[in-house]
Design a protein around this ligand. Structure first.
Ligand SMILES: Nc1ncnc2c1ncn2[C@@H]1O[C@H](COP(=O)(O)OP(=O)(O)OP(=O)(O)O)[C@@H](O)[C@H]1O
Length: 252
């Protein structure tokens, strides 16, 4: 198994965001984490990425305990964080070269991989010669995704990967994720873009009130395709949401 979480809890002050959460993700799965704004999806991913310390619980990735073997794990982990931190003073090309050096890729490997990723995601490879500070949100997102997969990690964790991408780039990412997760790897995504989730997910998790209120296959979630993912999600979450508020003053 790729990712095994047991009893994960995290609070901010008095607000408990994650409550003794358990989750197992196997290789070959693309697990999509869904849920309303502020429900704790990024907190959950940040704990798995060791960017945030949980209050309790264990995280085992690729059979290894995070606390005992953090470096072994991180060599096999690729991540796109929600705030997508890059080095803005670098050009896109400099940044990707820097990341490939961190992963100790040979210069030839690095050049080949950056060149193919550039051709795949960027219609104008010249743009990678400019400083990241001047990039659009979507351009930055594409650089972040390329940096996450440069070292072919066995686990890929992407927080809101589709947000800000144009439809062509999003479709290219769909294609990449689909073939990526069918290899001996696993992909974990947090997303609100249900049209794209529909295209990549093998498994769905719905986070609510600190717990996974659904955790299972996409077939079961959609009742073998009878429902779309958004319909299934509405049915699950709507009873927990107040829809009675009257907005006549705006609409009238
Ligand atoms: N560093 C922090 N300090 C205090 N509270 C935080 C911190 N990070 C997150 N929170 C709170 O934890 C809760 C979960 O936030 P999180 O960003 O994980 O939600 P999310 O499900 O990813 O939301 P969204 O879908 O809007 O991106 C929110 O109430 C948020 O305000």
């Amino acid at each position: 198994m790729s990712i095994e979480i047991r009893g994960l809890s995290k609070s901010f002050g008095k607000k408990q965001v994650l409550q003794e959460l358990d989750l197992t993700i196997e290789t070959g799965q693309c697990y999509c984490l869904l849920g309303k704004n502020g429900v704790g999806k990024s907190t959950f991913l940040n704990c798995i990425l060791d960017l945030m310390q949980p209050d309790a619980g264990t995280i085992t990735l690729l059979g290894k305990d995070y606390k005992a073997q953090p470096l072994d794990i991180k060599q096999n982990l690729g991540a796109l964080c929600e705030d997508n931190p890059l080095i803005e003073e670098f050009t896109g090309l400099e940044y990707l070269t820097f990341v490939s050096k961190l992963h100790r890729l040979s210069p030839a490997e690095s050049e080949e991989r950056i060149s193919s990723l550039t051709n795949y995601f960027f219609s104008d490879p010249e743009s990678l010669q400019k400083n990241i500070a001047g990039y659009s949100t979507g351009m930055k997102k594409k650089v972040g995704i390329a940096a996450a997969i440069l070292h072919k990690p066995q686990i890929l964790i992407l927080d809101e990967p589709f947000t800000g991408l144009d439809p062509i780039a999003a479709q290219l990412l769909v294609k990449l994720i689909r073939s990526y997760s069918t290899q001996n790897r696993a992909v974990l995504i947090s997303s609100h873009d249900l049209n794209y989730v529909e295209k990549v997910a093998t498994h769905i998790g719905v986070l609510n009130d600190g717990q996974l209120m659904y955790n299972g296959s996409v077939q079961e979630f959609t009742m073998n395709g009878e429902n779309l993912i958004d319909q299934a999600l509405f049915q699950l979450l709507l009873p927990h949401h107040n829809t009675d508020t009257n907005l006549d003053w705006v609409l009238g």
